[in-house]
Design a protein around this ligand. Structure first.
Ligand SMILES: Cc1ncc(C[n+]2csc(CCOP(=O)(O)OP(=O)(O)O)c2C)c(N)n1
Length: 343
């Protein structure tokens, strides 16, 4: 008799076949991922030039995760993530000029220049940050999903976090509550293989099965090729259908990779250059889309270059804006903060 496979046991090996994209979807994915990639490259340059200070965690290599999930979500679904948030805020529809101005600490930044790289917000796009405390966005996201359920607004929440954060206690308290209350939340583990500098194989028990981390709470999970935007979108749709149907939370483990260091100050001594090179050459999410477009005869090289040029222009204008904008005035020190006076 064939053994039953529960959703919690589904892996990449027996996951449903990847749904192909049509031409428009391939172009949408290409444009979105290129915007994030070029934006991040520019942010890295501006950091080197001293325009951006403090922490700055780049998302280069992981673009398919946020792009595929946003292609699967409804625009009113809520989203929350960690400090590695530039891609998420851009894809949620924030103006690239305002995102770059936040990085340079200027007054027209998305958080008025007072949040910086780790604290991006775009409430109109239902993007709720940008959180510097590892794992903190998981209970906060669970709260968003509680609000979704309480308000009966038909919305769901996407909570992104790293595989390092997946070892935190607050994650499991959140899983428990979300499972009890059948909250409409998709927990997305962005497994980029290295937390600050420690390989997942050294820091996690059962590192090959992070998607099973909800099994004790009855939360189904799936492992997804997070470098293939089509696989991400298809898995995102399955997960969102599940949570919207009132069946409770769902976990997606995205197997992805970050090309740059953990943050700008990371010498990345914990991995070889060859490993990074191999991922870039063989699994790059943007190159995969370009190859498909060319192979299917849906685009010529010139069309791909045109998309890149269009995106580079947006990014270059964002950089010009962000380096010319004013710094927040001193009075802004007293706004948007919780302060307790005497008595
Ligand atoms: C509670 C807490 N502990 C430690 C840190 C320092 N810290 C910042 S990022 C990080 C690694 C997190 O890795 P992961 O969750 O895999 O996310 P990634 O950076 O790979 O996206 C650590 C330990 C922190 N910010 N907050």
């Amino acid at each position: 008799m064939a053994r039953k496979t529960t959703a919690a046991k589904r892996t990449r090996r027996n996951a449903p076949p990847i749904a192909e994209f049509d031409r428009d979807q391939e172009f949408e994915a290409l444009r979105t991922m290129l915007l994030v990639r070029r934006f991040e490259e520019k942010a890295g340059q501006l950091y080197g030039m001293g325009y951006i200070g403090g922490f700055c965690h780049l998302y280069i290599g992981q673009e398919a995760v946020v792009t595929g999930m946003f292609m699967a979500r409804r625009p009113t679904d809520d989203v929350i993530t960690s400090y590695r948030c530039h891609g998420h805020v851009l894809v949620s529809g924030a103006d690239p000029k305002a995102v770059m101005a936040e990085l340079t600490g200027r007054v027209h930044g998305v958080s008025k220049g007072k949040g910086g790289s780790m604290h991006m917000f775009h409430v109109d796009g239902h993007f709720w940050g940008g959180h510097g405390i590892v794992g903190a966005q998981v209970p906060l996201g669970t709260g968003l999903a509680f609000a979704n359920r309480y308000m009966e607004d038909g919305q769901a929440t996407l909570a992104f976090f790293g595989e390092g954060a997946a070892n935190q206690g607050q994650v499991y308290e959140s899983f428990n509550m979300a499972a009890i209350w059948k909250l409409p939340i998709v927990y997305i583990i962005e497994n980029n293989r290295y937390a600050m500098g420690t390989a997942v194989t050294r820091s996690a028990a059962k590192p090959e099965e992070l998607y099973m981390r909800g099994a004790a709470f009855g939360i189904p999970g799936e492992q997804v090729d997070g470098m293939d935007v089509r696989a991400v979108k298809a898995a995102g749709e399955r997960a969102l259908e599940h949570v919207r149907a009132g069946k409770g939370p769902y976990i997606l483990e995205m197997q992805t990779y970050r090309y740059r260091g953990h943050s700008m100050s990371d010498p990345a001594k914990y991995r070889t250059r060859e490993e990074v090179q191999k991922m870039r050459q063989e699994h790059d999410p943007i190159e995969q889309v370009k190859s498909r477009l060319l192979e299917k005869g849906w685009a010529e090289e010139a069309d791909l270059k045109a998309v890149d040029a269009e995106v580079r222009k947006i990014v270059s204008e964002a950089a010009d804006f962000a380096t010319a904008d004013a710094e927040p005035p001193a009075e802004e020190l007293w706004t948007d903060i919780y302060a307790r006076g005497e008595g």
